[in-house]
Design a protein. Structure first.
Lengths: 198, 198
């Protein structure tokens, strides 16, 4: 179908219609108390609201407005690549180059300055190359852990994840956010006792 | 189930787990080229990215960071109230008081300053009482119109919506954003010719 034209806004609107597809990318985490898997679009919304809501507890020099933007953009590459489980290290490594190409293609649908700005924000997030990116990365890791703690360890149980894996793969959260991490670690041990984690 | 405690962050985390429910609130609009209805959480993500992406075309004194925050919060009240079709004027009026009570309950789960800040942003959005709120309101209206224009008028056809209704109910978009509205009006007339609108 020919895309309807919107003058100087046409490219932006084509981008916005293309990213509708993120609503179809499924994650392993399910809605709390519900059988449906969440998708990467609604996860991105949840992550962005978490950044706004936890702002008073963020490290002092974090720019929450930039963290919110990273949250909104961070998973758009999954339209081309799909969601890869954070605990599947081999798959995560294999997909890195494809994600970079997807970022070029998808943000490349936009005119400047948005094209470069979005690509730069996504790269900064991916490399963890700033306090904003590290805080965003910690939030993205902590959110599914919180969802699991409130949902009887659903995605841990379904994917055979161990306490050791959660502690090792998310050690970075402890570095950038020790105040929250100490509570999480205590709940993770209880979760293992309940059989939610191997 | 008792909620796990997270020290000073406990209330915020309870709020974040409560709003997981927004992922279960269905709208009339379906994913483009797909049979599934979108939900209010993924719509809120789409709306926020639209604000970021269309920033260069926004009126000069709009603060996009505030518009993004309004987008992320604007539908959270639907957790208690559900989504009401924008063309169902009687239902929209009937639900206004319930939405205000829902905002008090849901944002009230948060400690200060987030409680007051979020409530104020939501009220500003609802009343359209600033350039930011009017731009946000226009974006929220334009997004499902764009989705329908790219999806053979799906939700218009399914709900028997007329060209007249779309033009009348969204006249405010023309006021706050004439540059975009003139393109939309032209496509709406074509949509009617194709039978997508009564």
């Amino acid at each position: 179908m020919t895309q309807p034209a919107f003058g100087a806004m046409s490219e932006v609107i084509n981008f916005l219609m293309e990213i509708d597809k993120l609503k179809l990318v499924e994650r392993r985490t399910k809605i709390i108390g519900h059988g449906r898997q969440e998708n990467s679009a609604e996860h991105s919304w949840h992550f962005a609201v978490a950044a706004m809501s936890l702002a008073p507890f963020a490290p002092q020099n974090v720019d929450i407005s930039r963290v919110v933007q990273m949250a909104l953009l961070h998973d758009i590459v999954e339209i081309d690549v799909g969601d890869v489980l954070v605990y599947d290290l081999a798959a995560r490594l294999a997909v890195a180059g494809k994600e970079a190409a997807a970022a070029e293609r998808l943000f490349g649908l936009l005119p400047e300055p948005q094209n470069s700005q979005f690509l730069q924000l996504w790269q900064e997030y991916e490399t963890g190359d700033s306090v904003d990116a590290r805080f965003a990365g910690a939030l993205d890791r902590i959110l599914p852990i919180l969802q699991n703690l409130h949902n009887e360890g659903q995605s841990w149980r379904e994917n055979g994840i161990s306490l050791e894996q959660v502690l090792t793969r998310n050690a970075l959260v402890g570095e950038s956010w020790p105040e929250l991490w100490q509570h999480v670690v205590s709940h993770l041990h209880s979760a293992q006792e309940k059989g939610w984690l191997r």
